[in-house]
Design a protein around this ligand. Structure first.
Ligand code: EPU
Length: 427
């Protein structure tokens, strides 16, 4: 196993190019299962999670070829309708094959994902929705078994809570159902817009893109896709927060500033100078007086898009450990997403958890001190990277396989920004 070693306290400067979004690439890859043929996806990030998803598709009979960031998937012959436990347990997003498999083959068998580091994360909304479309569901031996003797039939489906992958599963399944499906209180994340664009390009009839009410008029056949994955807004946000946390200045390019409205607003409220072009965001500091660079404490509350993203909560908290004053971080999406707090304590942070809220008493810029810490999940790990980059001294982050699930070429990108960071074998 490898660990990440960071010698912190060096301001980051320069420009970093953002990769394709993990959480957009995975549903697009799943959507290729809907129809036989040769599909082409561009700007696909090379990550542990996308590689795991390719393994899952290959298990189902798909042939894959990657050239650079272009992924070709030949879904002509499917040999299985089962997502086995070994793959699902390492990546919950495997449940995204449920909708397309049941729509195309009339059956799907997917291992229940079980709990994960950030919470229980059930898939009851996915199953409820597919049952409403006419599938029958049995739970046996830890597997969800869905069957549909005849074509799925359009229905009105209401989600109690907007669910990202649940909305994606139902969008895919409803595209091939008979009649019209309406998804109410659907999730509105940009990754869903990317999937709607891909499905529309394949011949699906979908209204309401970008809203919480999606209307899908089912079609009999879809064509193979040629689609580009949108830039990763969470990766972009993570680098912006890292640059600011080190007191540096720089840009993220090849991104979509309009996909990060809440983060950019929060950074401005904290006193950061933020400028945007169509595909670049630059952060820096206003002229500082005698007090030097100072960050104001800013509260955040995670919400479905366009609210503040839960996937950038831990990273924002790492930044806020250095504010002057204090702030409150409220997590409303997942019940166990404060795993980074105990690790940040090891670096000197002053944070108190009270239920779903954490109160951060800022230490001022450069207040953290390097320490050995442990990565627990993907986004918690990236908050430790931000903390390590801004802390004085050395930070060793163990279990970095979590980071490799979602950040392409992390060490290279940080090195290009001037960070002193490398991977080492753990003893
Ligand atoms: N929920 C249910 N039942 C369901 C589905 C969801 O109760 O059937 C609850 C969840 O437990 C949670 C809330 O609804 O409290 C929202 O969860 P959602 O379904 O939207 O999450 P997800 O689709 O499983 C995706 C991302 C996550 C991201 C969340 C929230 C992918 C592959 N994953 O998960 O990404 O945190 O949406 O935005 O798109 C990450 O990249 O690190 C990550 C965890």
């Amino acid at each position: 196993m490898e660990k990440l070693v960071i010698h912190g306290g060096r301001p980051l400067h320069g420009e970093v190019k953002i990769s394709g979004a993990k959480n957009a690439a995975l549903p697009l890859m799943a959507a290729t299962l809907l129809t036989p043929g040769k599909h082409r996806l561009r700007n696909v990030p090379n990550l542990r999670d996308t590689r795991t998803f390719i393994r899952l598709l290959e298990y189902l009979g798909v042939k894959s070829e990657r050239v650079g960031d272009t992924l070709s998937l030949d879904t002509t012959n499917l040999s299985s309708a089962e997502a086995p436990y070994d793959l699902v347990k390492t990546m919950r997003a495997s449940v995204l094959v449920l909708g397309p498999l049941v729509a195309r083959l009339g059956q799907a068998r997917v291992s229940l994902p079980g709990g994960c580091a950030i919470g229980a994360r059930p898939i009851d909304f996915h199953i409820m929705g597919l049952e409403r479309l006419g599938a029958t569901c049995h739970l046996e031996g830890g597997y969800v078994d869905l069957k549909c003797e005849r074509a799925l039939r359009g229905e009105v489906i209401y989600f109690d809570i907007p669910t990202v992958t649940g909305t994606e599963n139902l969008l895919m399944a409803a595209s091939l159902a008979e009649g019209t499906t309406v998804l109410k209180n659907a999730a509105k994340e940009p990754e869903i817009g990317n999937l709607v664009d891909m499905l529309t390009g394949m011949g699906a009839k979908i209204e309401g893109r970008g809203t919480d009410s999606l209307i899908i008029h089912g079609v009999k056949h879809l064509q193979p896709a040629d689609c580009e994955v949108i830039p990763d807004r969470i990766e972009a946000g993570t680098y912006l927060l890292a640059i600011v946390a080190t007191g540096g200045s720089g840009s993220v390019s090849h991104c979509r500033p309009d996909h990060l409205p809440s983060l950019l607003e929060k950074l401005r409220l904290a006193g950061v100078n933020v400028t945007e072009t169509r595909d670049t965001i630059t952060v820096g500091w206003n002229e500082t007086g005698e007090g030097g660079k100072q960050l104001k404490g800013v509260n955040i509350k995670t919400m479905p898009y366009p609210g503040y993203p839960t996937d950038l909560q831990a990273q924002f908290m790492a930044l806020m450990t250095q504010c002057s004053g204090s702030c409150v971080v409220n997590e409303t999406i997942f019940e166990n997403r404060f795993m980074h707090v105990a690790e940040l304590h090891r670096m000197g942070a002053n944070i108190k958890i009270d239920g779903h809220s954490a109160r951060v008493e800022g230490l001022g810029m450069g207040g953290l001190k390097g320490a050995p810490v442990m990565a627990t999940d993907l986004r918690a790990s990236s908050s430790l990277v931000i903390a390590g980059l801004s802390a004085s001294g050395r930070t060793d982050i163990s279990r970095i396989y979590h980071l490799e699930r979602g950040y392409e070429n992390l060490v290279d990108k940080l090195t290009k920004l001037g960070a002193k960071v490398w991977k080492e074998d753990e003893q």
